[in-house]
Ligand binder design. Structure first.
Ligand code: PEP
Length: 253
């Protein structure tokens, strides 16, 4: 059975005290491991709060992730954070290739391939984001575009390495806009992505990779979206800033 996962992406939000409150509340609300039935719950917090958040959720099943990482191992890269640093803090997850990183920081598929490599080398689980713009969807090129993102960033990996990745399909037009892909649109893309992975790595490997949906997931739509047979959870932005709402999304799975 594939792993299910709900990850919150706090982005560049919360003061330190708000972050402490939010992490503690999520940990308290998600404390019953048995109820999660194998679903991983992750909060991807801003870099300065990583170790505090990790300590606050330590007695719960909640795990902590970073929102980005450097593609370089170490050295004179002012302001960057390496995956070796994250590993040394026992941070298990890192988001790679969020559309905001692609758009505002010019991260391309080649750079994201390098980030994925170094995250895996250091034992982190990459939550690798992909997704098309509205323009691409309206032109009818969305399947090819997103498959190409996977090809260029992931298809150099061995099957064993690929098996350690979580993919998040996040249509850009649905991120932070309140516009969600319909459950059918999400399922359709996830199925295409899984078939694309199967074409390169075989069905057994492709079937084991969790593919999350992200884009305006809320307590009110999570259940319907997560019902898709190839939808293995969600990457949640805005709604993860409210502990009750985020927990309700976790329960929807
Ligand atoms: C995200 O940032 O990954 C995201 C999906 O945001 P939102 O849920 O706010 O659309």
């Amino acid at each position: 059975m594939r792993k299910k996962l709900v990850a919150g992406n706090w982005k560049m939000n919360t003061s330190f005290s708000e972050a402490q409150k939010l992490a503690s509340e999520v940990a308290n609300m998600v404390k019953d491991e048995a109820l999660l039935d194998g679903t991983d719950v992750v909060i991807c917090v801003p870099f300065p709060y990583l170790s505090t958040a990790a300590a606050l959720v330590a007695d719960s099943p909640v795990k902590v992730g970073a929102q980005n990482c450097s593609d370089k191992p170490k050295g004179a890269y002012t302001g960057e954070t390496s995956t070796a640093m994250l590993a040394s803090m026992e941070i298990p997850y890192v988001i790679i290739g969020h559309s905001e990183r692609r758009e505002y920081f010019n991260e391309d598929n080649q750079l994201l391939a390098a980030k994925t490599d170094i995250a895996l080398e250091n034992g982190l689980t990459p939550i690798f984001c992909c997704g098309e713009s509205l323009e691409t969807r309206e032109a009818g090129n969305h399947f090819d575009f997103v498959c190409q993102q996977l090809t260029e960033s992931l298809f150099h990996l061995s099957a064993e390495q690929l098996g350690k990745i979580v993919i998040a399909y996040e249509p850009i037009w649905a991120i932070g806009t309140g516009k969600t892909a319909s459950a059918a649109q999400a399922q359709e893309m996830h199925e295409q992505l899984r078939a694309h992975l199967a074409g390169k790595y075989g069905a057994e490997i492709a079937d084991a990779i969790p593919i999350l949906y992200g884009g305006s997931v809320k307590p009110g739509n999570a259940k319907e979206i997560f019902a898709g047979k190839d939808v293995d959870g969600g990457l949640v932005g805005g709604a993860s800033l409210d502990s009750r709402g985020f927990t309700d999304i976790v329960k929807a799975i």
